[in-house]
Design a protein around this ligand. Sequence first.
Ligand code: PRX
Length: 634
Amino acid sequence: MVRDTTVLMDEKRIFKASDEIKENALVKNWESEIEKGKDLEKYWSEKAEQFEWFQKWDKVLDESNKPFFKWFTGGKINLAYNAVDRWIKTEKRNQVAILYINERGQEKKITFYELYLEVNKVANALKNLGVKKGDTVSTYMPMCPELLIALLACTKIGALHSVIYSGLSVGAFVERINDAKVKVLFTADGTYRRGKIIDLKNIADEAILQCPTVETIVVVNHTGTPIEISELSGREIFYERLIDGEPAHCEPEPMDSEDPLFLLYTSGSTGKPKGVLHTTAGYMLGAATTLRNVFDIHDDDLWWCTGDIGWITGHSYVIYGPLLLGTTTIVYEGAPDYPDPGVWWKIVEKYGVTKFYTAPTAIRHLMRFGTRYTNLYDLGSLRILGTVGEPINPEAWVWFYENVGKGKCPIMDTWWQTETGMHMISPLPVADLKPGSTTLPLPGVDADVVDEEGNPVPVGKGGYLVIKKPWPAMFRTLYKDEERFENVYWKEFPGYVYKAGDMARKDENGYFWIQGRSDDVLKIAGHRIGSAEVESAFVGHPAVAEAAVIGRSDPIKGEVIKAFIILKEGYELKTHLIEDLKKHVRYELGPVAVLGEIVQVDKLPKTRSGKIMRRILRAQEMGEDLGDTSTLEE
Ligand code: PRX
């Protein structure tokens, strides 16, 4: 749904960086860094020198087979080696790498050296289980240290990981595991959420019955719930047992730059979620460089990204970006408002967080409490703030700026996607900011707004957001679906320009204002979910004949689902059926699929070929003109 936030925007209101921010900044001149980034190969190859390569690359960018771009071909490198092993040879050896904190106030600190030992043990154990380079390992886990360790262990031995967000449920789980033919799964007994323990194991147990390729299930007893050993039969093994006695050294697998690194499933406008494939060197480079530049990461920083590792934000900016820079990363498990809505601010004070990155939905939620909680704690350690996942409305931006950042922390509104792997359009800390604008494409990124034919649109006019040149952390394909990769993203506009799936406009300073998705992808509390997936969950219920869903705007979550359903004969949409439908969709997709409203209808608007026209439902919902209805059946 395209949410037009134009009315709220004040393009003339500019927030300038303080002298202190400017003096400290690693990149002091935004414009000249953007200028440097125009020489793509030079820019990115200079940045690539930050890593330890086993073998240097021959070619920076290979564009010979568009859109299958390749970066740093001929190079050999290992992610885990650069994120962990490299630091134990330096003064960072005993520095905290992972600072795990949960909503109960418990914490665990893991130094780079301790991380090194445990990653090696898990890596060796995986090898013993028969996991080889190119195999896929999945995780269905809470935000906990073992999750990061498992992922790093995969990258150390060259196995791909495919993380399943712990808020997804059975249906989504089974689809992901089976599509990727997963061999080993890591899961846990449960996760802490709002004072309760959410059972993950029972979902995994149920789902796994439908996943024949999984040979081993590694169980972390995270919340200490007693798990009967008798339950751990056949395919299951406790995490502690898995690593017990494993050697503490493991040679990193020298990976070709373009060797697959991980899969991450995400929703598109049609069909099932697709496996977005990222490869090794370019992804590492994109994640590390953007984190350093956008959040101005120095050695004394304490970095906190509240994103979940189940999504790309957690991959790039909870695990890989920070560890590749040798920066302590906070891993937080829990809700933003439990035990009270001051929990995050309490953590900022207690640990002295300097850089804080979160989602607009969380800001809107916490903003309801005014200054009550932000004033309870000393937030003076904060230097830079950031947001991601959906457009931020200027009110929320200003509240965040004034009450959390106390008027001295610039806000980095970062636009990017699972597919892009790294921040693409975002200010740097020295930039002039306008609340609600993601400002300019980052150095080394070439983005634009175009019309249906692919021509740049005039200032102020809405259009399709595109990326015109390749970037290192770009996804390389959709798993087992090169055709969809080419057709959905690269064929719409001439010249192999990447179509992002968002609408945007540019103002007279060239600043980008993201308006929302141009396709049938919903953004619920920043989570991405396809209309088609929700519809198919509805139709899986015995009472539903047909379903169409659209996003309905919501003041906190951005969007929630509005479903139009045709019931089968003999059914009526009474309270118990509504409850049952909600339960069913939640069972299939998980709590991410937030149902706002279910409406019973007799007919759905369709094209003559039978395709549901969600556009008509959306226009009706918003009281807008129905637009071109020539293809409508009746
Ligand atoms: O619609 C855009 C929105 O999130 C989409 C990508 O979702 P996902 O792949 O789940 O990745 C989210 C985290 C990177 C985009 O197509 N989006 C992301 N960041 C912003 C945004 N919309 C507006 N402003 C942003 N800063």
